[in-house]
Structures are given as C-alpha cells and as structure tokens.
Design a protein around this ligand. Structure first.
Ligand code: ARG
Length: 460
C-alpha cells in the first residue's frame, strides 16, 4: 500500500478498504494527462516565485523521465499505489529525492483529478470528432455517387414514396453534422482550467491560475473553486452527445441489417465486415451492425449512471465522483470503436442499385403522385385520394402496378386520366419533381451536396 497520506492515522488501512478505495486500476489511463498537468503546475509555481527554477527543472526532468519510462514499458504502473497521482509523485521522489516532495505545493488531488479528467475528456472529444468527420466524408461520397439511385422511402417500414439513396444517406449526414456541432459546443463550454482550486477553497499561495490555464491550452481558469472540484457536467454532456451518436449509429445499423437481408438485398456487406455461422454454411451475418446496435445500451447506461451518481452529492468534492471514470472510459472506447467500424463497414458495402430501384417500382410508391396528377387536373385532393385508393385496390386484385394499367382501365375509374399519366407517375418523375429545399430531386439534392462540400472543406 502506497498512499500520499497517513500522518494522522494510527492504524494501517484494512486491505479490503484499500482495494475498494483505490483507483489505480483505471485512472492509470490518464498518466499522460496527470504528468502534463504536473509539469504545467510546477512551471507556474516557479514563475510565481514559489519554487526556484532549479527545483522546477529537476521536477520537470523527473516527470519527463517517468513519462518516457511508462511509454517505453520500462516503468510499469502497478496497484501498489492508490491512484495515478500517488504513483507519479512517489516515483518522482524516488527519482529526484526530496525536491520531488515540492510538486504538490498549492495543489490537492481534488483539483488535480478534476484537471486530469478534463484533459482526458478534451483529448478524447477531439479523437471522437476526427472519427465523426471520417464518417461524414464517407456519407458525402455515398451521396455524390447516388443522386440517381432510386429506392423506396418508408414510413412505418411500409413503402411510402420513392427517394434516392443519396437522399436517404443525406438524412444521416444531417444527424452526424449535428453530432459534430454538439461535440464542438461541449469542448468550448468545458474548456476552463480547474487547477489551482485546491481541495475546495483555493490556496494561500500566490498561484497564477491564468498562467496554468494558458500552459494547458485552456481558455482561462474556472471561476469558483468549489465548482471547479465538483463539476462533472461536461462528462454528462459528453455522455449525452455520445448517446445520441450511438442512437444514430444504431438506427443506421438497423437499416443496414434490413437492407442486407435476403428479403431486401439492397446492399451486400463486404466479407471483411461480415461473419459466418458455425452450423449454417450459407450464412453471412451483419454482426458488426448488430454489435453497434447492441453496444448503444452501454453508452446510454453510462449516461444514466453518471446522472444518478451526481444527483445527491453535496458540495464540494466527494469520493462518489471517482465513479465517473470507468464508465466514461468505457463509453469513450465504445463510441470510438463503433464509429471506426461502422465507417469501414459502410464504405466497403456493395450497393445493389437494381434491386433498390425494382423495389421502388412496386408497392405503389407513386400513388401520391397519381393523386397529385388528378389534383392538377382540377379534382379536389380528398376525391383524388379516394380515386387512387380504388386504383390501388384494383391493381392489388389484378396483381399489377399502376404503371401496368391500360388507359381504359384508368378511365373506367376516372375519366380525368389521359395518356400523360404514365409519365406523371414514372419513378423518375416522382423523384425529380420534388425539388423543394431538402427534397430528393436532383436539383435539390445537388444544392445540399454543394453545401456539404463547403461544410467539409471548412472542417478542421
Ligand atoms: N481517485 C480520486 C478520484 O478519482 C482522486 C481524488 C481523491 N481525492 C480525495 N480527496 N480522496 O476522484
């Protein structure tokens, strides 16, 4: 047991208590951030006249040595230490002697861990951002390539009106653009440095908190020391944004699973992104899409768990907050893994355009357009709806599509129909006539693609 405290205790900590309390098994994940924060702290301590330059340099050399040795595997982080902060400080003292004991001047583990977690989350937000951008680029490519790929659009999973694959993908494009903007917002809001808040009430040392914030690339210091050590709002916001990303990935996965099924055959997943069955030789399963859908629950769970952990905590720091780490780390790793795999999966899947188009041709996806035809010829919409309902019933009975009906058959139901009905309800017309902003028609979708092109060129 290696702890940073013990002076006021007369007994050793019970081993079970020690194990229960310790966080080294998971907070070692941010050893880099912990060392980075410590280097900034001593740099500030020296600039503020609290440490000499000589002391600062010795400490920074020691910390850099620890970082290099951990990275190279020469120094292994073990559970002999209570947490990552104790590990770094104890190793520093071993390495450089008593001067290492000055590292923690004007600092508490409360503001230290608040900083480490913020640095970690900030780094990871940027990683997730990169992955969302990769996905957005793949979606953009799919849109550009598929402005003329017709497919049925669905409501209630029933064929509704024809759209294009570009348009369908464009819906997800908008979702992931919003996800990206949420990440940017969270990053901006959280980007204030808590170091210097001390245990909860600041310190009596003349710390230059502006300098610490600057050294660590924050916009500035946080403004209330009690809030600084007990704020985990940004973790909750991140988990909420990540839950939304997972929700989007999960819906998309569900569609891919449906499209990849034998019944639909709209897409075929690449062999490299599919798995087989141990008993049924013919199977090629969309396991990746299913796992993404399944892992969504883990990320939602992290959000619910974090909200619950925080809800009853009096100010300022309480040990409950240690619970922020494992679930957050798991959620971050899950989201990163899912985004990367999902992007790989959709960029390698084959589109079966002929099947999509065939499917759009049947199922009466042009029924609305037949009704609109009648409206354009003076029939009130409600009556037109009724007439086309009769046409559909007739076609179901005769097992044909609206395009297969003869003009006589049309006229038997309504004399308003003329020869131009066929063109008015062709798949191409149904899509291409829809050119209002955000609609699937070529003209409309190309405008959106141009806007997206500009949006992407302005990213990072
Ligand atoms: N392991 C702790 C955490 O994750 C670090 C802070 C400990 N502070 C304290 N006063 N015990 O929250």
């Amino acid at each position: 047991m290696a702890q940073l405290w013990g002076g006021r205790f007369t007994k050793e900590t019970d081993q079970l208590v020690y194990n229960f309390n310790a966080s080294i098994s998971f907070d070692q994940k941010f050893y880099k951030q912990d060392i980075r924060g410590s280097i900034a702290h001593v740099t500030m301590l020296a600039a503020s006249g609290i440490l000499t330059d000589e002391e600062k340099n010795q400490i920074i050399d020691g910390l850099t040595g620890i970082l290099n040795d951990v990275e190279s595997g020469k120094l292994v982080i073990t559970d002999k230490y209570e947490d990552i902060h104790s590990f770094v400080e104890a190793n520093l003292i071993d390495r450089i002697g008593d001067v290492g004991k000055k590292l923690h001047t004007g600092r508490s583990r409360n503001d230290q861990v608040a900083l480490d977690m913020k640095l970690y989350v900030r780094d990871e937000l940027l990683e997730v951002k990169k992955l969302v951008i990769e996905l957005i680029k793949v979606l953009h490519k799919l849109m550009k390539e598929n402005v003329d790929t017709y497919m049925p659009g669905f409501t209630h999973l029933q064929k509704a009106q024809p759209v294009t694959f570009a348009h369908h993908i464009g819906a997800y494009m908008e979702m992931f653009k919003r996800d990206l903007s949420r990440i940017n917002d969270i990053y901006e809001r959280m980007n204030y440095c808590p170091l210097g808040a001390g245990a909860l009430a600041g310190t009596t040392y003349p710390l230059d908190r502006e300098l610490t914030a600057k050294l660590l690339d924050f916009k500035g210091p946080t403004l209330n020391s009690m809030d600084s050590v007990s704020d985990r709002d940004y973790v909750i916001e991140m988990l909420s944004a990540f839950s939304t990303i997972m929700m989007h990935l999960s819906r998309f996965s569900e569609e891919i699973i449906i499209w990849n099924s034998n019944e639909y055959q709209f897409v075929e997943l690449d062999d490299a992104y599919s798995t087989g069955s141990s008993i049924m030789p013919q199977k090629k399963n969309p396991d990746i899409a299913e796992l993404v859908r399944g892992k969504t629950g883990r990320v939602y769970g992290a959000l619910a768990s974090m909200l619950t952990t925080m809800k009853g905590i009096p100010l300022a720091y309480n040990k409950d907050m240690q619970e922020d780490k494992e679930l957050t780390f798991d959620a971050i790793d899950t989201v990163k893994g899912c985004l990367a795999l999902f992007t790989g999966m959709i960029s390698t899947m084959k589109l079966n355009k002929a099947n999509m188009e065939k499917s759009a041709m049947n199922g009466f996806t042009n029924a609305t357009d037949a009704a609109d035809y009648l409206v354009n010829h003076g029939v009130p919409f409600r009556d037109a709806h009724g007439i086309v309902g009769q046409l559909v019933l007739y076609c179901i009975d005769k097992d044909k599509s609206l395009l297969d009906m003869t003009l006589d058959e049309y006229k038997a139901i309504s004399p308003v129909f003329e020869d131009d009905i066929y063109d008015a309800i062709s798949l191409k017309t149904c899509v291409e006539k829809r050119n209002t902003i955000g609609a699937p028609g070529n003209e409309a979708i190309k405008k959106v693609i141009d806007l997206n092109e500009e949006y992407i060129s302005n990213l990072c």
